[in-house]
Design a protein around this ligand. Structure first.
Ligand code: DAT
Ligand code: MG
Length: 152
Protein backbone atom coordinates (compact mmCIF):
# COMPACT_ATOMS: atom_id res chain seq x y z
CA UNK A 1 0.00 0.00 0.00
CA UNK A 2 1.05 3.63 -0.30
CA UNK A 3 1.44 3.90 3.47
CA UNK A 4 3.66 0.81 3.69
CA UNK A 5 6.73 1.37 5.84
CA UNK A 6 10.18 -0.21 6.01
CA UNK A 7 13.01 -0.02 8.52
CA UNK A 8 16.22 0.99 6.76
CA UNK A 9 19.47 1.27 8.72
CA UNK A 10 22.88 2.46 7.64
CA UNK A 11 25.35 0.24 9.48
CA UNK A 12 28.59 1.48 11.12
CA UNK A 13 30.65 0.97 7.96
CA UNK A 14 28.20 3.09 5.96
CA UNK A 15 28.32 5.86 8.55
CA UNK A 16 32.10 5.69 8.80
CA UNK A 17 32.50 5.76 5.03
CA UNK A 18 30.16 8.75 4.78
CA UNK A 19 27.56 7.13 2.54
CA UNK A 20 24.66 8.48 4.63
CA UNK A 21 23.83 11.33 2.27
CA UNK A 22 23.79 9.12 -0.81
CA UNK A 23 21.49 6.57 0.81
CA UNK A 24 19.02 9.23 1.91
CA UNK A 25 19.20 10.87 -1.51
CA UNK A 26 18.35 7.63 -3.31
CA UNK A 27 15.22 7.03 -1.25
CA UNK A 28 14.15 10.69 -1.46
CA UNK A 29 14.67 10.89 -5.19
CA UNK A 30 12.79 7.65 -5.81
CA UNK A 31 9.75 9.28 -4.19
CA UNK A 32 9.76 7.78 -0.72
CA UNK A 33 8.96 9.72 2.45
CA UNK A 34 11.24 9.84 5.48
CA UNK A 35 9.06 9.39 8.56
CA UNK A 36 11.77 8.83 11.20
CA UNK A 37 15.54 9.10 11.48
CA UNK A 38 18.07 8.97 14.28
CA UNK A 39 21.76 8.34 14.82
CA UNK A 40 22.66 6.02 17.69
CA UNK A 41 25.15 3.48 18.94
CA UNK A 42 22.94 0.44 19.50
CA UNK A 43 23.17 -1.50 22.76
CA UNK A 44 24.11 -5.18 22.71
CA UNK A 45 20.54 -5.98 23.68
CA UNK A 46 19.08 -4.04 20.76
CA UNK A 47 21.51 -5.47 18.19
CA UNK A 48 20.93 -9.03 19.43
CA UNK A 49 17.17 -8.63 19.29
CA UNK A 50 17.30 -7.05 15.82
CA UNK A 51 19.16 -10.10 14.49
CA UNK A 52 17.54 -12.69 16.81
CA UNK A 53 16.46 -14.88 13.88
CA UNK A 54 20.16 -15.40 13.09
CA UNK A 55 21.17 -16.26 16.68
CA UNK A 56 22.13 -19.84 15.80
CA UNK A 57 24.34 -18.84 12.86
CA UNK A 58 28.14 -18.96 13.28
CA UNK A 59 28.55 -15.30 12.24
CA UNK A 60 26.01 -13.97 14.79
CA UNK A 61 28.54 -12.89 17.48
CA UNK A 62 30.66 -11.06 14.89
CA UNK A 63 27.54 -9.46 13.43
CA UNK A 64 26.45 -8.12 16.83
CA UNK A 65 30.00 -6.91 17.54
CA UNK A 66 30.09 -5.03 14.21
CA UNK A 67 26.71 -3.36 14.76
CA UNK A 68 27.69 -2.31 18.32
CA UNK A 69 31.30 -1.32 17.52
CA UNK A 70 30.83 2.26 18.71
CA UNK A 71 30.39 4.00 15.37
CA UNK A 72 26.77 5.14 15.10
CA UNK A 73 24.16 3.58 12.88
CA UNK A 74 21.52 5.68 11.13
CA UNK A 75 18.11 4.17 11.86
CA UNK A 76 15.32 5.26 9.53
CA UNK A 77 11.72 4.55 8.63
CA UNK A 78 10.78 5.15 4.99
CA UNK A 79 7.24 5.09 3.66
CA UNK A 80 5.60 4.71 0.26
CA UNK A 81 4.28 2.38 -2.38
CA UNK A 82 5.95 -1.06 -2.24
CA UNK A 83 8.78 0.33 -0.05
CA UNK A 84 9.58 -3.04 1.53
CA UNK A 85 10.23 -4.85 -1.74
CA UNK A 86 11.73 -1.82 -3.49
CA UNK A 87 13.96 -1.09 -0.48
CA UNK A 88 15.40 -4.60 -0.75
CA UNK A 89 16.04 -4.07 -4.47
CA UNK A 90 17.67 -0.68 -3.89
CA UNK A 91 19.89 -2.19 -1.16
CA UNK A 92 20.87 -5.23 -3.23
CA UNK A 93 21.74 -8.83 -2.35
CA UNK A 94 23.06 -9.74 1.11
CA UNK A 95 26.41 -10.75 -0.38
CA UNK A 96 27.63 -7.58 -2.12
CA UNK A 97 29.43 -9.67 -4.71
CA UNK A 98 26.00 -10.86 -5.85
CA UNK A 99 24.38 -7.41 -5.61
CA UNK A 100 23.41 -5.54 -8.76
CA UNK A 101 26.16 -2.96 -9.44
CA UNK A 102 23.54 -0.20 -9.41
CA UNK A 103 22.31 -1.12 -5.94
CA UNK A 104 23.69 0.45 -2.76
CA UNK A 105 25.63 -2.67 -1.73
CA UNK A 106 26.68 -3.31 -5.34
CA UNK A 107 28.05 0.18 -5.63
CA UNK A 108 29.80 0.52 -2.27
CA UNK A 109 30.97 -2.78 -0.83
CA UNK A 110 32.49 -6.21 -1.40
CA UNK A 111 32.11 -8.11 1.91
CA UNK A 112 28.99 -9.71 3.42
CA UNK A 113 30.35 -8.83 6.87
CA UNK A 114 30.57 -5.12 5.95
CA UNK A 115 27.57 -4.63 3.72
CA UNK A 116 26.72 -1.00 4.58
CA UNK A 117 22.97 -1.14 5.07
CA UNK A 118 19.94 -3.07 6.36
CA UNK A 119 16.43 -3.16 4.89
CA UNK A 120 13.41 -5.02 6.24
CA UNK A 121 12.59 -8.11 4.18
CA UNK A 122 8.82 -8.48 4.74
CA UNK A 123 5.79 -6.78 6.28
CA UNK A 124 6.10 -8.69 9.57
CA UNK A 125 9.81 -8.00 10.01
CA UNK A 126 9.31 -4.34 9.08
CA UNK A 127 6.61 -3.99 11.74
CA UNK A 128 8.76 -5.72 14.33
CA UNK A 129 11.89 -3.69 13.49
CA UNK A 130 10.13 -0.31 13.45
CA UNK A 131 8.68 -1.12 16.88
CA UNK A 132 12.06 -2.24 18.17
CA UNK A 133 14.03 0.84 17.07
CA UNK A 134 11.43 3.60 17.39
CA UNK A 135 8.85 4.85 19.82
CA UNK A 136 5.52 5.48 18.02
CA UNK A 137 5.86 9.18 18.93
CA UNK A 138 9.03 9.37 16.83
CA UNK A 139 7.16 8.49 13.62
CA UNK A 140 6.04 11.58 11.73
CA UNK A 141 2.67 11.95 10.07
CA UNK A 142 2.86 14.54 7.30
CA UNK A 143 2.19 14.96 3.61
CA UNK A 144 5.17 16.02 1.47
CA UNK A 145 4.16 18.88 -0.81
CA UNK A 146 5.13 16.89 -3.94
CA UNK A 147 3.10 13.81 -2.98
CA UNK A 148 0.49 14.27 -5.76
CA UNK A 149 3.36 14.50 -8.27
CA UNK A 150 4.80 11.17 -7.08
CA UNK A 151 1.73 8.97 -6.62
CA UNK A 152 -1.30 9.17 -8.89
P1 DAT B 1 20.09 -9.06 4.82
O1 DAT B 1 20.88 -8.04 5.59
O2 DAT B 1 20.32 -8.93 3.34
O3 DAT B 1 18.62 -9.07 5.18
P2 DAT B 1 20.29 -11.51 6.38
O4 DAT B 1 19.07 -11.07 7.10
O5 DAT B 1 20.31 -12.90 5.84
O6 DAT B 1 20.66 -10.51 5.18
O7 DAT B 1 21.55 -11.39 7.34
C1 DAT B 1 21.70 -10.23 8.14
C2 DAT B 1 23.14 -9.79 8.10
O8 DAT B 1 23.97 -10.83 8.62
C3 DAT B 1 23.69 -9.53 6.69
O9 DAT B 1 23.37 -8.24 6.21
C4 DAT B 1 25.14 -9.71 6.91
C5 DAT B 1 25.21 -10.82 7.93
N1 DAT B 1 25.40 -12.10 7.28
C6 DAT B 1 24.45 -12.82 6.62
N2 DAT B 1 24.97 -13.94 6.11
C7 DAT B 1 26.28 -13.94 6.44
C8 DAT B 1 27.37 -14.82 6.22
N3 DAT B 1 27.22 -15.95 5.53
N4 DAT B 1 28.58 -14.47 6.73
C9 DAT B 1 28.75 -13.34 7.42
N5 DAT B 1 27.76 -12.46 7.68
C10 DAT B 1 26.55 -12.76 7.20
MG1 MG C 1 17.61 -9.67 6.85
Amino acid sequence: TSSERSFIMIKPDGTSRQIVGDVIKRFEQRGYKLVAIKSLVPSQELAKEHYIDLASRPFYPALVKYITCGTPVIAMVWEGKDIIRQGRRMVGATNPLEADPGSIRGQYCISVGRNIIHASDAFDSATKEIGLWFDPKELADYEPIAAPMITA
